[in-house]
Design a protein around this ligand. Structure first.
Ligand code: SAM
Length: 250
């Protein structure tokens, strides 16, 4: 609790005002990631291995953009910073500890951008969102990594629509997921998509109590690799249930 309060207090002043409402959820992600470190370890290692594999054969390594860089747990940031001229990390919030960690390692070619990657306002207004259009302005872009952000865009926007008591959130959420997938597909450079696509909540006997689509009906491309991620081990949601997500790497 004290560490969370310190993290929050240190992050707010270094976060632009429009992104400060998201600091709380980044801090709680940080806290959950610490609690669930061993349950998340194999997922994080699989993500890093996939990114390493994707970059190993690249001839040009000028600029790399990581979407949803968050806590930098599933991104091999030191290797990316060594391999690319510039690495741009994009997220709603970059926590104070993440900033301090990058500074301590003197990764001077790493840039941080706070940006809403959802396209929510456009979708809510009935327009086709283009949340990744800004990538066209990034010079010498050779790699875009979508690092476990896609399902979280949906989760965040779903909460917002529920708060607004929106009568039909489903189509908006599907549009947002599809816009991210289309945005990646349209990149003229190499892309990596890491995302959880389905969840299942099960009891200790393995009975599935709840399950669902994390992409709200949008269709992801065929997976090159897939694995299970124990997002909430027993004890995290409650004593007798765990949540396991299916992850794809493309
Ligand atoms: C599961 S975490 C990703 C973990 C991260 N790749 C890591 O290595 O620690 C999802 C991330 O997506 C970010 N995110 C969620 N919705 C977003 C949005 N609309 N725009 C930008 N980032 C968003 C969250 O802030 C969070 O850092």
């Amino acid at each position: 609790m004290i560490l969370e309060a310190l993290q929050y207090a240190a992050t707010v002043p270094v976060t632009r005002e429009e992104f400060r409402p998201y600091v709380r959820s980044s801090v709680s992600l940080w806290s959950r990631a610490n609690r669930c470190a061993s349950a998340w370890a194999s997922h994080e290692e699989n993500c890093k291995a996939f990114i390493r594999e994707a970059t190993s054969g690249m001839r040009e390594r000028r600029t790399c953009v990581v979407l949803g860089s968050g806590l930098l747990r599933d991104v091999p940031i030191v290797e990316l910073a060594r391999a690319f001229d510039t690495v741009v990390l994009v997220d709603l919030v970059h926590l104070a500890t993440v900033r301090a960690w990058l500074a301590a390692r003197r990764l001077r070619n790493v840039r941080l951008i706070s940006r809403d990657l959802s396209g929510f306002e456009e979708a809510r207004a009935g327009r086709i969102p283009e949340p990744l259009a800004f990538l066209r302005q990034v010079p010498y872009l050779d790699l875009v990594v979508s690092a476990n952000i896609l399902s979280q865009i949906g989760v965040g926007c779903q909460r917002q629509l529920e708060r607004e008591r929106h009568s039909a959130p489903g189509p908006i959420l599907k549009t947002l997921a599809q816009a991210h997938l289309d945005g990646l597909r349209q990149q003229p450079c190499k892309t990596v998509l890491l995302t959880d696509v389905r969840y299942a909540v099960a009891d200790r006997s393995g009975n599935v109590i709840d399950d669902g689509d994390l992409l709200f009906g949008a269709t992801p491309p065929a997976a090159r690799r897939q694995w299970l991620w124990t997002v909430a081990p027993f004890g995290e949601l409650n004593r007798n249930t765990q949540a396991i997500h299916e992850v794809i790497a493309v």
